[in-house]
Design a protein around this ligand. Structure first.
Ligand code: PEP
Length: 227
């Protein structure tokens, strides 16, 4: 099981230091935990969890104001990246074309990619989720060996209203017909629903936002998932 935390625009360098320390003390060494931290809080060193970047610009370095390139990620040994999160698609306006450029750049560098897809409430209510996801996924190479797909219905992100287990199972089963990549679910995962979600046959783990921002909470989720 992969347990991925998306800290979003939360945690300073100081508070992430504490966060990392708590995880380091409590995690088992064999746990597959990935933490997407804000770039300003990246830490150097080896941890029981892998550090990931929430964002990068597909360049080594260059004239891209405000962006972070490979040279900056290399300094922290970061080889895990999040691409396609709905907040970057919707708030930052990242297009399919740009996501493809990020994807190709990450592939060229052999990075592990957690690629997020997910439908809006409108698409969900029109029962067009599968078609929508198929189209989103047609943008990338589903055979890439270091690919993880995160299914995150937009209406379930940060709303406290997770998709129900049956819906998640149906969509993950469908995605499993398109790719052999591990499949994560994300969207209001919490201590009450994590065990049931992780028990879904096609579920390879979770991508957690809000409930991962506190280290003890996140650790509690991980142990609950396995109980
Ligand atoms: C996310 O943004 O990736 C996410 C899953 O958020 P939350 O857990 O808060 O719904």
């Amino acid at each position: 099981m992969i347990f991925a935390a998306n800290l979003k625009c939360n945690h300073t360098r100081n508070s992430f230091n504490e966060y990392a320390l708590t995880l380091e003390q409590e995690l088992n060494a064999d746990e597959n935990v990935l933490v997407f931290a804000p770039a300003s809080a990246f830490l150097e060193g080896e941890f029981k969890f892998a550090l990931g970047a929430q964002n990068f610009y597909p360049c080594e370095s260059g004239a891209f104001t405000g962006e972070i390139g490979k040279a900056m990620l290399d300094e922290f040994g970061i080889k895990n990246v999040l691409i396609g999160h709905s907040e970057r698609r919707e708030i930052l306006g990242e297009s399919e074309e740009f996501l493809r450029a990020k994807f190709d750049f990450a592939v060229k560098n052999n990075w592990t990619i957690v690629y997020c897809v997910g439908e809006s409430l409108q698409v969900f209510e029109s029962k067009e989720t599968k078609e929508f996801l198929t189209k989103q996924l047609s943008n990338i190479d589903l055979d890439y060996k270091n690919l993880v797909i995160a299914y995150e219905p937009i209406w379930a992100i940060g709303t406290g209203k997770s998709a129900d287990t049956k819906q998640i199972a149906e969509i993950l089963e469908f995605l499993a017909t398109l790719t052999h990549a591990p499949l994560l679910y994300g969207g209001s995962v919490n201590a009450k629903n994590i065990a049931e979600i992780c028990n879904i046959d096609s579920c390879g783990g979770v991508l957690v936002g809000t409930a991962s921002w506190d280290a003890s909470n996140f650790l509690n989720l991980i142990s609950t998932a396995k109980s």
